[in-house]
Design a protein around this ligand. Structure first.
Ligand code: FE
Length: 343
């Protein structure tokens, strides 16, 4: 689209997450959606790379005959199988669907950062696979082989269909709701629910002092993911403010139904992958935990609790509040090429 030559300044009050003025898209200032800028800065402050984490202990434990049980090996590989493709699905949604419809440059700034973080996460999984000498073809294909992972992936991917279409445009009631639905599914369900029983399993390993390098990788991923979730929730709530007509009672019920469907898929995943439970987490506690976090996600967008289940894994919230410096102190390899540049 040609640029209109003018001294007329962008009016911040016209800036919108979607359906804003064309001139807004490349002008970071004046900034309206400061939550996106804050998220961008937080992402930079939390920067990490998978190769900074020492994997030697994990390699020895994985090779040893007497450290991990068969159930633990199966659980470890299956959650890794879920993770390996999940972040690529999330990255594709950002880059191929969400980004081009956003008319807030500060939101676009954060999406660029978020897209890179999804790549770092996929890198982390490949680094674990490579370090432990696992069969990458097997692990990365699990989303097509393991029924419960396949069901989650298929559910998520079905929300790409409309907005991946090159002809798709926001600006109509129906399409704006479709876009909002996509953001809700990817943040509340994908980043907010689908990762969480796998996170819990990995921290189960950590609590047993098993596979701590892998667990540390996943801890950094979880911190990033909670930021992605926060950003997604801010997007949803801002679109609600900017276009309140989209948030109809029918649409609210639709969101509740989708979150409940996602919750059931996650419960099915946890109970089918760990039928005997693992590290003291049984089917019932997984169900309660997933329902508990689903209610929390709904509350963040102003929707009523559906389950009122207790939180059987209170230690999970501690795992999110990780202090990078303290945690890295013992295990991190400092290998940034900082200091003088040699020309
Ligand atoms: Fe993410």
């Amino acid at each position: 689209m040609p640029i209109k030559k003018t001294t007329e300044r962008v009016n911040i009050n016209n800036r919108r997450v979607i359906n804003g003025a064309d001139a807004d898209v490349v002008q970071l200032h004046p900034m309206k959606h400061t939550f996106a800028w804050d998220a961008y800065n937080a992402g930079n402050a939390n920067h990490w790379l998978p190769t900074e984490i020492i994997m030697q202990n994990d390699i020895e434990q994985w090779r040893a005959a007497n450290v991990l049980s068969d159930d633990e090996r199966h659980a470890f590989k299956t959650v890794l199988g879920f993770f390996t493709t999940a972040d690529s699905i999330a990255a594709n949604n950002i880059v191929l669907a969400v980004y081009r419809h956003m008319t807030s440059p500060e939101c676009r700034m954060y999406l660029l950062r978020q897209g890179y973080e999804e790549a770092i996460h996929t890198h982390a999984y490949q680094y674990i696979v490579e370090s432990l000498g696992l069969d990458g073809g097997e692990i990365f294909n699990m989303y097509r082989e393991v029924e419960a992972i396949y069901n989650k992936a298929t559910f998520i991917l079905s929300f790409n269909e409309g907005i991946f279409n090159p002809q798709f445009k926001t600006g109509t009631f129906e399409n704006d709701q479709k876009f909002l639905e996509n953001i809700i599914i990817f943040s509340l369900v994908m980043e907010g629910i689908f990762f969480y029983s796998s996170f819990a399993v990995i921290f189960g390993f950590h609590r047993q002092h098993k596979m701590v390098g892998s667990a540390e990788q996943i801890q950094y991923i979880m911190r990033d993911e909670s930021q992605h979730l926060n950003f997604g929730i801010n997007l949803v709530n801002t679109i609600k403010e900017e276009q309140p007509e989209l948030w109809t009672p029918e649409f609210q019920q639709h969101v509740i139904d989708l979150v409940k469907e996602g919750t059931e898929l996650e419960i099915e995943f946890a109970t089918s992958v760990f039928p005997k439970g693992i590290f003291g987490m049984n089917a019932e506690s997984f169900r309660e935990y997933i329902q508990h976090i689903a209610d929390r996600r709904l509350a963040r967008v102003g929707l009523p609790a559906q389950y009122n289940s207790p939180n059987p894994f209170p230690w999970m919230s501690e795992a999110v509040d990780l202090n990078k410096e303290k945690n890295f102190f013992e295990t991190r390899v400092i290998e940034y090429q900082s200091g003088t540049l040699d020309w």
